[in-house]
Ligand binder design. Sequence first.
Ligand SMILES: [Mg+2]
Length: 284
Amino acid sequence: MRSRGLVIFDAFNTLVTSRRGSKRTFLAGLAQAGLNTSRTMLRELQAASEGLDHSGRSGSRPAYCDWAAETLAALAQTGGDLPVSLAPHVVPALEQWHQAAMVALPGAADCLTELRRAGFTIAVCSNWGWDLASDIATAGLAASIDVFVTSAQAGYRKPHPRIYHDTLERAGFSAHDAVFIGDSLRTDVLGPQRIGIPSVLVAAPATGQTGREQVASLAEVPGLLLGRREAAPVVVVERQGRAAQHRLQRRRQIMADKGAAQHRMAFDHQLPRGAEYVDVERAD
Ligand SMILES: [Mg+2]
Protein backbone atom coordinates (compact mmCIF):
# COMPACT_ATOMS: atom_id res chain seq x y z
CA MET A 1 0.00 0.00 0.00
CA ARG A 2 1.33 3.43 -0.89
CA SER A 3 2.09 5.46 2.20
CA ARG A 4 -0.44 8.08 3.10
CA GLY A 5 2.32 10.57 3.89
CA LEU A 6 5.32 11.12 6.09
CA VAL A 7 5.05 12.12 9.74
CA ILE A 8 8.36 13.34 11.17
CA PHE A 9 8.68 13.46 14.94
CA ASP A 10 11.19 15.23 17.11
CA ALA A 11 12.50 12.85 19.78
CA PHE A 12 13.26 14.48 23.13
CA ASN A 13 10.24 15.84 24.99
CA THR A 14 8.05 14.83 22.08
CA LEU A 15 8.27 11.01 21.98
CA VAL A 16 10.69 10.29 24.80
CA THR A 17 12.21 11.76 27.93
CA SER A 18 14.98 10.83 30.37
CA ARG A 19 14.37 7.93 32.71
CA ARG A 20 13.80 9.38 36.16
CA GLY A 21 16.79 9.05 38.48
CA SER A 22 19.28 8.49 35.67
CA LYS A 23 22.80 9.44 36.73
CA ARG A 24 23.85 10.15 33.16
CA THR A 25 22.72 13.72 32.66
CA PHE A 26 24.02 16.69 30.72
CA LEU A 27 24.41 18.62 33.99
CA ALA A 28 26.60 15.81 35.34
CA GLY A 29 28.68 16.08 32.16
CA LEU A 30 29.11 19.81 32.68
CA ALA A 31 30.10 19.23 36.30
CA GLN A 32 32.73 16.68 35.25
CA ALA A 33 34.19 19.26 32.92
CA GLY A 34 34.28 21.81 35.76
CA LEU A 35 31.63 24.05 34.26
CA ASN A 36 28.72 25.95 35.72
CA THR A 37 25.90 23.43 35.99
CA SER A 38 22.89 25.72 36.01
CA ARG A 39 19.94 25.04 33.74
CA THR A 40 20.41 28.55 32.35
CA MET A 41 23.91 27.59 31.23
CA LEU A 42 22.55 24.45 29.61
CA ARG A 43 19.86 26.41 27.78
CA GLU A 44 22.48 28.86 26.49
CA LEU A 45 24.66 26.02 25.29
CA GLN A 46 21.66 24.40 23.62
CA ALA A 47 20.90 27.64 21.80
CA ALA A 48 24.55 28.02 20.79
CA SER A 49 24.52 24.58 19.17
CA GLU A 50 21.38 25.09 17.09
CA GLY A 51 21.91 24.97 13.36
CA LEU A 52 25.52 23.82 13.75
CA ASP A 53 27.27 22.31 10.72
CA HIS A 54 29.66 19.63 12.04
CA SER A 55 29.60 17.56 8.89
CA GLY A 56 33.39 17.43 8.90
CA ARG A 57 33.26 15.28 12.05
CA SER A 58 30.30 13.08 11.12
CA GLY A 59 31.93 10.69 8.70
CA SER A 60 31.80 7.69 11.03
CA ARG A 61 30.84 6.76 14.57
CA PRO A 62 34.48 6.69 15.78
CA ALA A 63 35.18 10.08 14.20
CA TYR A 64 32.09 11.58 15.82
CA CYS A 65 32.85 10.03 19.21
CA ASP A 66 36.40 11.38 18.99
CA TRP A 67 35.12 14.86 18.29
CA ALA A 68 32.76 14.67 21.27
CA ALA A 69 35.54 13.38 23.53
CA GLU A 70 37.92 16.10 22.33
CA THR A 71 35.28 18.71 23.12
CA LEU A 72 34.82 17.46 26.67
CA ALA A 73 38.59 17.23 27.18
CA ALA A 74 38.99 20.80 25.91
CA LEU A 75 36.21 21.91 28.25
CA ALA A 76 38.02 20.39 31.21
CA GLN A 77 41.09 22.47 30.29
CA THR A 78 39.21 25.77 30.32
CA GLY A 79 38.94 26.03 34.10
CA GLY A 80 35.27 26.88 33.82
CA ASP A 81 35.84 29.81 31.45
CA LEU A 82 34.12 28.60 28.31
CA PRO A 83 35.52 29.94 25.02
CA VAL A 84 32.89 31.18 22.60
CA SER A 85 34.27 28.96 19.86
CA LEU A 86 33.75 25.83 21.95
CA ALA A 87 30.22 26.62 23.15
CA PRO A 88 28.33 25.23 20.09
CA HIS A 89 30.13 21.88 20.43
CA VAL A 90 29.27 21.21 24.08
CA VAL A 91 25.71 19.91 23.75
CA PRO A 92 26.59 17.53 20.88
CA ALA A 93 29.40 16.17 23.08
CA LEU A 94 27.07 15.74 26.04
CA GLU A 95 24.55 13.96 23.82
CA GLN A 96 27.20 11.43 22.88
CA TRP A 97 28.77 10.80 26.27
CA HIS A 98 26.19 11.78 28.87
CA GLN A 99 22.89 10.66 27.37
CA ALA A 100 20.43 9.27 29.93
CA ALA A 101 18.36 6.18 29.21
CA MET A 102 15.07 7.10 27.58
CA VAL A 103 11.46 6.26 28.37
CA ALA A 104 8.47 6.83 26.11
CA LEU A 105 6.24 9.77 26.95
CA PRO A 106 2.57 9.03 27.66
CA GLY A 107 0.64 8.47 24.46
CA ALA A 108 3.71 8.10 22.24
CA ALA A 109 3.35 4.38 21.55
CA ASP A 110 -0.38 4.62 20.84
CA CYS A 111 0.11 7.65 18.58
CA LEU A 112 2.77 5.92 16.48
CA THR A 113 0.77 2.69 16.27
CA GLU A 114 -2.36 4.48 15.09
CA LEU A 115 -0.50 6.50 12.47
CA ARG A 116 1.30 3.40 11.21
CA ARG A 117 -1.99 1.49 11.01
CA ALA A 118 -3.51 4.39 9.05
CA GLY A 119 -0.75 4.08 6.46
CA PHE A 120 1.66 6.86 7.38
CA THR A 121 5.42 6.44 7.16
CA ILE A 122 7.09 7.51 10.42
CA ALA A 123 10.45 9.27 10.78
CA VAL A 124 12.29 10.72 13.73
CA CYS A 125 14.53 13.74 13.13
CA SER A 126 16.46 14.84 16.18
CA ASN A 127 19.43 16.74 17.50
CA TRP A 128 20.96 13.67 19.14
CA GLY A 129 24.08 11.55 19.46
CA TRP A 130 25.10 8.84 17.00
CA ASP A 131 22.95 6.12 18.59
CA LEU A 132 19.47 7.62 18.27
CA ALA A 133 17.92 4.40 16.94
CA SER A 134 19.13 2.24 19.83
CA ASP A 135 18.25 4.96 22.37
CA ILE A 136 14.69 5.05 21.02
CA ALA A 137 14.62 1.25 21.02
CA THR A 138 15.33 1.35 24.76
CA ALA A 139 12.12 3.33 25.13
CA GLY A 140 10.22 0.61 23.21
CA LEU A 141 9.25 2.73 20.21
CA ALA A 142 11.65 1.61 17.50
CA ALA A 143 9.30 -0.92 15.86
CA SER A 144 6.91 1.87 14.87
CA ILE A 145 9.58 4.06 13.25
CA ASP A 146 10.71 3.66 9.65
CA VAL A 147 13.50 6.23 9.42
CA PHE A 148 15.87 7.65 12.03
CA VAL A 149 17.78 10.84 11.30
CA THR A 150 20.10 12.12 14.00
CA SER A 151 22.19 15.27 13.76
CA ALA A 152 25.27 13.29 14.72
CA GLN A 153 25.08 11.23 11.53
CA ALA A 154 23.52 13.90 9.30
CA GLY A 155 26.28 16.39 10.17
CA TYR A 156 23.83 19.24 10.76
CA ARG A 157 21.73 20.23 13.74
CA LYS A 158 18.17 21.46 13.55
CA PRO A 159 17.16 24.08 12.46
CA HIS A 160 19.82 23.76 9.75
CA PRO A 161 17.81 23.04 6.57
CA ARG A 162 20.07 20.17 5.53
CA ILE A 163 18.84 17.84 8.28
CA TYR A 164 15.20 18.31 7.22
CA HIS A 165 16.09 17.74 3.56
CA ASP A 166 18.06 14.67 4.60
CA THR A 167 15.01 13.29 6.40
CA LEU A 168 12.74 13.81 3.38
CA GLU A 169 15.29 12.25 1.06
CA ARG A 170 15.84 9.18 3.21
CA ALA A 171 12.12 8.62 3.65
CA GLY A 172 11.39 9.30 -0.04
CA PHE A 173 8.87 12.12 0.38
CA SER A 174 8.60 15.73 -0.71
CA ALA A 175 8.04 18.51 1.81
CA HIS A 176 4.35 18.94 1.03
CA ASP A 177 3.67 15.24 1.68
CA ALA A 178 5.20 15.48 5.15
CA VAL A 179 4.37 17.03 8.49
CA PHE A 180 6.74 17.75 11.38
CA ILE A 181 5.61 17.20 14.98
CA GLY A 182 7.61 18.49 17.95
CA ASP A 183 7.85 20.51 21.13
CA SER A 184 10.23 23.25 20.00
CA LEU A 185 8.95 26.22 18.06
CA ARG A 186 12.37 27.03 16.63
CA THR A 187 13.58 23.59 15.61
CA ASP A 188 10.33 21.67 15.04
CA VAL A 189 8.06 24.39 13.65
CA LEU A 190 9.99 27.32 12.19
CA GLY A 191 12.86 25.23 10.80
CA PRO A 192 10.70 22.72 8.91
CA GLN A 193 8.35 25.44 7.68
CA ARG A 194 11.25 27.34 6.14
CA ILE A 195 11.71 24.47 3.71
CA GLY A 196 7.98 23.94 3.16
CA ILE A 197 7.18 21.18 5.67
CA PRO A 198 3.95 21.93 7.55
CA SER A 199 4.33 21.44 11.28
CA VAL A 200 2.47 20.93 14.51
CA LEU A 201 3.70 22.16 17.86
CA VAL A 202 3.06 19.84 20.80
CA ALA A 203 2.82 22.09 23.82
CA ALA A 204 0.64 22.83 26.79
CA PRO A 205 -2.36 25.05 26.05
CA ALA A 206 -0.93 27.75 28.30
CA THR A 207 1.69 28.49 25.66
CA GLY A 208 -0.85 28.31 22.87
CA GLN A 209 -0.10 31.26 20.66
CA THR A 210 0.16 29.26 17.49
CA GLY A 211 -3.46 28.50 16.73
CA ARG A 212 -4.73 25.41 15.03
CA GLU A 213 -1.38 23.81 14.28
CA GLN A 214 -0.82 23.30 17.98
CA VAL A 215 -1.93 20.29 20.01
CA ALA A 216 -1.66 19.78 23.75
CA SER A 217 -0.58 16.15 23.54
CA LEU A 218 0.36 13.35 21.18
CA ALA A 219 -3.07 11.84 21.71
CA GLU A 220 -4.48 14.59 19.48
CA VAL A 221 -2.07 14.04 16.60
CA PRO A 222 -3.75 11.09 14.82
CA GLY A 223 -7.11 12.85 14.86
CA LEU A 224 -5.54 15.96 13.42
CA LEU A 225 -3.71 14.14 10.64
CA LEU A 226 -6.62 11.85 9.81
CA GLY A 227 -8.95 14.79 9.39
CA ARG A 228 -11.09 14.21 12.44
CA ARG A 229 -10.11 17.67 13.59
CA GLU A 230 -9.89 20.79 11.51
CA ALA A 231 -6.35 21.71 10.56
CA ALA A 232 -5.05 24.71 8.69
CA PRO A 233 -1.84 25.29 6.80
CA VAL A 234 0.13 27.71 8.87
CA VAL A 235 3.12 29.78 7.94
CA VAL A 236 5.09 31.32 10.74
CA VAL A 237 7.05 34.48 10.16
CA GLU A 238 9.45 35.99 12.59
CA ARG A 239 9.12 39.54 13.68
CA GLN A 240 11.70 41.73 11.98
CA GLY A 241 12.58 45.36 12.47
CA ARG A 242 10.87 48.26 14.16
CA ALA A 243 8.22 48.73 11.49
CA ALA A 244 7.11 45.12 11.78
CA GLN A 245 7.05 45.45 15.55
CA HIS A 246 4.90 48.53 15.26
CA ARG A 247 2.47 46.68 12.97
CA LEU A 248 2.43 43.81 15.43
CA GLN A 249 1.55 46.12 18.31
CA ARG A 250 -1.17 47.78 16.26
CA ARG A 251 -2.61 44.47 15.11
CA ARG A 252 -2.54 43.12 18.64
CA GLN A 253 -4.51 46.15 19.80
CA ILE A 254 -7.08 45.69 17.05
CA MET A 255 -7.43 42.00 17.79
CA ALA A 256 -7.72 42.66 21.51
CA ASP A 257 -10.39 45.24 20.85
CA LYS A 258 -12.33 42.67 18.89
CA GLY A 259 -12.04 40.21 21.73
CA ALA A 260 -9.84 37.81 19.78
CA ALA A 261 -6.89 35.95 21.29
CA GLN A 262 -4.10 38.45 21.59
CA HIS A 263 -1.36 36.29 20.20
CA ARG A 264 -3.02 34.83 17.11
CA MET A 265 -2.63 37.37 14.40
CA ALA A 266 -2.98 37.20 10.66
CA PHE A 267 -1.06 39.75 8.62
CA ASP A 268 -3.03 39.66 5.41
CA HIS A 269 -0.61 41.91 3.61
CA GLN A 270 2.41 39.67 4.15
CA LEU A 271 1.10 36.14 4.51
CA PRO A 272 -0.55 33.75 2.08
CA ARG A 273 -4.24 33.00 2.43
CA GLY A 274 -4.93 30.77 5.41
CA ALA A 275 -1.62 31.52 7.09
CA GLU A 276 -1.30 32.83 10.59
CA TYR A 277 1.21 34.97 12.40
CA VAL A 278 3.00 33.66 15.43
CA ASP A 279 4.58 36.00 17.90
CA VAL A 280 7.86 34.15 18.06
CA GLU A 281 9.28 35.98 21.03
CA ARG A 282 6.36 35.01 23.22
CA ALA A 283 5.66 31.60 21.79
CA ASP A 284 9.14 30.21 22.15
MG1 LIG B 1 12.27 18.25 21.67
